[in-house]
Design a protein around this ligand. Structure first.
Ligand SMILES: NC(=O)c1ccc[n+]([C@@H]2O[C@H](COP(=O)([O-])OP(=O)(O)OC[C@H]3O[C@@H](n4cnc5c(N)ncnc54)[C@H](OP(=O)(O)O)[C@@H]3O)[C@@H](O)[C@H]2O)c1
Length: 320
């Protein structure tokens, strides 16, 4: 089987694909034949080591000082190829999707995962492409809008950067929660933002829409606290998805100013969060927007697209 790995921090050329033996699942494990996997902003950041200002040393302490000691690929969609001893609840041939998470390992033809880990049956309403695209962005948008900003029906939501993985999910989930959704996107993506459910769309290179908004979800952190505050209604929440270390610390030390709250940090990617997102999908509240689809051999090219931060929807590579 083919297995991707990173040889160093750097550009997409640091990705190599080599041959390896198909693993044998141990007790309690499932062998999955991977059909498709996303290539995300997170994959590009781990490979390049380029993270928001101040977070680089922490990243290198976590995953490797001289090269990323993680395997490429955060999520997968595929089918059960074999079961290790003692596994119940899955059957060979069953369609599944899930997360290999921060330590990775989904950019390969087969992977093993614990049966009680982050693996779920693929809903019949998803195929392997949308299954692969499902979790990245969706988990982030759901947690920040529902649990942290506590977006309520009738509130005014602005999603800045509304057509990528996180923003595309936030627009849909915001609408599903009953919010009035405005969006910013580059001009070419305005039709997509509207298709996803945004009622008003402007270009983020122009002046921001005047507001007021109850919740602003700023995907690339472009507004910053200074830009967001005048647009927020009293009691408003500014969710900065991409934040520097200084912005993160500032938000943690003094989250509330002048009756408005700033929210930063990272989202959970555990099984309950995954199940909640599947429930949202089944309720009609979220289906990932599929962007570019490339064959697995073009993984390096996929990384180059992902780190542009201008892809529409979610980017997926296919192993078939
Ligand atoms: N905090 C967390 O837990 C968490 C979780 C997931 C992701 N993230 C971070 O969230 C960010 C976005 O991830 P993603 O997967 O959604 O990326 P993506 O799919 O590449 O989407 C990026 C979005 O931002 C827009 N955009 C690009 N440059 C912009 C700018 N200068 N000003 C305003 N909007 C801009 C793009 O719009 P156009 O294409 O129309 O230009 C697009 O809608 C990344 O920095 C990622 O690391 C954080």
């Amino acid at each position: 089987m083919r297995v991707a790995s990173y040889t160093a921090y750097g550009g997409p050329e640091t990705i190599v694909i080599r041959e390896a033996a198909v693993p044998v699942p141990a007790a309690g494990e499932v062998l999955v034949r991977v059909h498709a996997a996303p290539v995300t902003a997170g994959d590009a950041r781990l490979r390049s080591g380029r993270v928001p200002r101040g977070l680089g040393p922490m990243l290198r302490l976590a995953i490797g000082l001289t090269r990323p000691r993680v395997a490429p690929g955060w999520a997968f969609s595929g089918e059960v190829a074999a079961l290790g001893p003692g596994v119940a609840g899955f059957t060979p041939g069953q369609r599944v999707f899930g997360l290999t998470g921060f330590k990775g390992g989904a950019h390969r033809d087969h992977l093993v995962i614990r049966a009680d880990g982050r693996i779920l049956p693929l809903p019949e309403t998803l195929n392997h492409l949308t299954g692969a695209a499902f979790f990245f962005g969706g988990l982030t948008a759901a947690e920040f809008l529902i649990d942290r900003a506590k977006l309520a029906p009738g509130e005014r939501l602005l999603v800045c950067g509304a057509t990528g993985a996180v923003g595309g999910a936030a627009v849909q989930i915001g609408r599903h929660l009953g919010a009035e959704v405005s969006a910013t996107a580059s001009h070419v993506n305005h039709p997509l933002a509207r298709d996803l459910g945004a009622e008003a769309v402007t270009d983020y290179r122009d002046a921001p829409p005047p507001g007021p908004f109850d919740v602003i979800l700023d995907v690339m952190g472009r507004l910053g606290r200074a830009g967001a505050w005048p647009l927020l209604a009293p009691g408003g929440r500014y969710v900065q998805i991409t934040a520097s270390l200084a912005e993160f610390l500032g938000a943690s030390l003094r989250p509330v100013r002048e009756g408005r709250r700033i929210i930063t940090g990272s989202n959970k990617d555990d099984l309950p969060s995954m199940r909640r997102l599947v429930a949202l999908h089944r309720a009609g509240g979220y289906t990932p927007a599929l962007g570019p689809v490339l064959p697995f051999e073009r993984l390096a090219e996929a990384h180059a697209i992902a780190e542009s931060f201008h892809k529409p929807g979610n980017l997926v590579v296919t192993m078939d």
